[in-house]
Design a protein around this ligand. Structure first.
Ligand SMILES: [Zn+2]
Length: 431
């Protein structure tokens, strides 16, 4: 009775905020989606009039001449463009939006966790069915959010989480700017490590306690008090310790880095991706190509850092000139053929406007198809789960979105996603 009531409320009043229903005893339902245009991110072509068969949570078949099984429910997207669920490789869903980290000190861990729930729902409803979430100030709030979404407690993207920031003392991922006599609770300083063996200890603990990947910070940061984006943090030995220890547990490492030498230290040590990559130089670009390292460049969020009246003055001073340099270097990296993924640093900008970065990626040198591939096939490859998501292919999770127009003609269509399906369940359907 209670379940029926909840379903009625969800259908009648607020489908967007209700968890997906599941009944493991029922046979998997079959849905046929008619796609007017279909973006094949694996070949880089747009196809017309495709049918996608979804059975339960998985894609069963894709083609133009498929027989629709009797009893299948039909979703008519024949006037829309259909593409895979988008992936943002750099989010901070389990923290509050805004540049000021010290806000965390005014809230309990539980208050932070509840306040962050809408971050997950707005991200999913914007068309992002998967995120790689790359750090949280309250250690393991991200692990708890990932698991709550997976259990259907509230809605959000599939999350791959870091557990905490692995950072040097008073480094880019630390809670800095406090009075000297304040001692933080453990969950606000969990990932601090100095020396290769301390890095290994933290990585071991994070791996055991639920991290899907490891986030390290190899240079200073813009949005950290007392930091300098051009300073080197973590030595090559410490970065290598993180990469090797993570690999022992089957995990990959992403490195926050602005400064050119900090970027090269990270690439040489074998990280999977460099985040921001702001001041990457020609040698760094060549190294990234040689090592197959992804660059995950958040070239939109400069708009938010500069326009948000709440951005602290010291952060604006750190940021001077960096946004422009990053966009210039993004163009160079795209032209050089470096592997690129889509990552926005969501949380700096409000959650749910992740799609605005696509237009900037096109403005600064990508084709619309390359920008979409960065957020689908490339992102899945970087996260290490191409078997599960990143394209609309038989056997993969039914993570499918649609927009009204053609994003290859106007990439800004991706700022207005009208249809969202994740794991075969519909979360959004607008005309
Ligand atoms: Zn970030």
């Amino acid at each position: 009775m209670k379940k029926i009531f909840i379903q009625w409320v969800c259908l009648a009043l607020a489908p967007a905020i209700c968890p997906a229903q599941s009944d493991s005893a029922a046979p998997a339902s079959v849905t046929a989606i008619r796609a007017g245009k279909f973006i094949d991110v694996q070949t880089g072509h747009t196809l017309a009039n495709q049918i996608i068969l979804v059975r339960g949570a998985k894609i069963e078949a894709v083609g133009s001449n498929l027989t629709i099984p009797d009893g299948a429910s039909i979703i008519d997207l024949s006037k829309m463009t259909v593409l895979p669920g988008l992936v943002d490789c750099h989010t901070h869903l389990a923290d509050l939006h805004g540049a000021e980290p010290l806000v965390s000190l005014r809230l309990t861990a539980a208050e932070t966790a509840y306040a962050a729930i809408p971050n997950a729902s707005v991200t999913l409803l914007a068309g992002f069915t998967t995120v790689r979430d790359v750090g949280v100030y309250r250690a393991f709030n991200d692990v708890a959010m990932r698991d709550a979404i997976a259990k259907g407690i509230f809605i959000g993207p599939r999350m791959y989480v870091a557990g905490a920031y692995v950072t040097i003392s008073e480094g880019a991922g630390a809670m800095t700017g406090l009075a000297k006599d304040i001692e933080l609770p453990l969950d606000l300083r969990y990932g601090i490590a100095n020396s290769p063996w301390e890095v290994r200890r933290v990585v071991r603990e994070l791996a055991h306690l639920g991290a899907d990947h490891i986030k390290i910070l190899t240079t200073g940061a813009v949005l950290t008090h007392g930091s300098n984006a051009k300073s080197i943090e973590f030595t090559p030995e410490e970065i290598e310790a993180a990469v090797k220890e993570a690999a022992n547990f089957g995990l990959r490492v992403e490195a926050h880095a602005h400064d050119a030498d900090g970027i090269k230290n990270a690439i040489r040590a074998g990280v999977a991706s460099v985040e921001h990559a702001t001041l990457i130089d020609d040698e760094g670009i060549a190294l990234a190509k040689q090592h197959g390292t992804y660059l995950d460049m958040d070239i939109y969020d400069e708009e938010c850092i500069q326009s948000d009246p709440a951005t602290p003055a010291d952060f604006l001073a750190h940021d001077a000139g960096l946004g422009e340099a990053q966009r210039r270097n993004f163009t160079k990296a795209v032209r050089a053929g470096v592997k690129m993924s889509f990552g926005t640093d969501a949380g700096v900008c409000p959650h749910g406007i992740n799609g605005r970065q696509f237009a900037f990626m096109v403005k600064y040198g990508m084709t619309p198809m390359q920008a979409i591939q960065a957020a689908t096939v490339n992102a899945a490859d970087l996260i290490g789960h191409s078997e599960l998501f990143g394209s609309i292919t038989p056997g993969k999770s039914a993570d499918i979105i649609a927009v009204n127009g053609d994003p290859i003609a106007d990439i800004r269509e991706l700022e207005h996603v009208r249809f969202v399906m994740k794991e075969g369940k519909i979360y959004k359907r607008e005309q």
